[in-house]
Design a protein around this ligand. Structure first.
Ligand code: FES
Length: 74
């Protein structure tokens, strides 16, 4: 099922990015553009991130770089 119809991003893809370390909708956007057009999917992305176990969330909560190239976007 599509989460972001503007960019054809599926729930599976968002979960995959979350597993790879994206913990915020902004990091998901950096990874696959989801949420950067009409923005109507951002809440759905937030919901998915809220449910998904984010392995690096602790690091992010401590303010440490999670994805080096995305650290500035956080
Ligand atoms: S549905 Fe994701 S930006 Fe429009």
């Amino acid at each position: 099922m599509y989460v972001c119809s503007c960019f054809g991003v599926t729930e599976q893809q968002v979960k995959k990015h979350a597993e790879d370390g994206a913990c915020t909708p902004r990091q998901i956007a950096s990874a696959c553009k989801a949420g950067t057009d009409c923005g109507s999917c951002v809440r759905r992305i937030q919901a998915i991130l809220g449910r998904a176990a984010c392995p690096r969330r602790e690091l992010a909560d401590q303010g440490k770089p999670v994805l080096t190239d995305l650290a500035d976007a956080a």
